[in-house]
Design a protein around this ligand. Sequence first.
Ligand SMILES: C[C@@H](N)C(=O)N[C@H](C)C(=O)O
Ligand SMILES: [Zn+2]
Length: 201
Amino acid sequence: EELDTYLRNKGLVDISAQDSTIRVQLVYATPDNFMGEAVYSGITRAWLHPDAAGKLVAAQRLLKKENPDLTLVVYDAARPMSVQRKMWALVRGTDKVNYVSNPANGGGLHNYGMAVDVTILDKTGAPLPMGTPFDFFGEEAHTNNEEALLDAGKIDRTAYNNRRLLRRIMRNAGFRIILYEWWHFNACSRAEARQSYPVLD
Ligand SMILES: C[C@@H](N)C(=O)N[C@H](C)C(=O)O
Ligand SMILES: [Zn+2]
């Protein structure tokens, strides 16, 4: 629970305490992630800055309004820079550099508690098809050319529609999308984060 305590003391809030219907499955607290090892220890909750948490709660409400059988699931939220460095070390110098923020440039919005990795679960708890798994580092995960992915048969119509649903509710709740990862949402710009929010070591 050391990391939980550190993040709480930084002024972050526990997402489940804000909305107990939002599911949390911290992928980096298990070895089942792109690094092949658990890189979070002492963390049992998903933490966000209150400004981002408020938007996530709003997104869950919008989703439930569209379909009460669905729920958001959080795969990652606030992330210390020490973990960001481990992630970066794995992709540095490879063709995967677009999928991890460089700590030397101030990291990404996860490192300020202002980004969240999410998808949607159905009523059985299964993730809706989104065309790729979480942390699929390749073209099929990109958000800027999904019509072409659809036309080329790289994602199917169901995944295309599910991504649009996820994006619609997240955008309507105040999040921004990024080009390379359908699951990643920022609660503010990088400039705003650096100016207004403390970085998490
Ligand atoms: C590693 C991936 N889940 C992620 O969060 N990437 C963004 C771009 C980041 O590292 O900030
Ligand atoms: Zn992310």
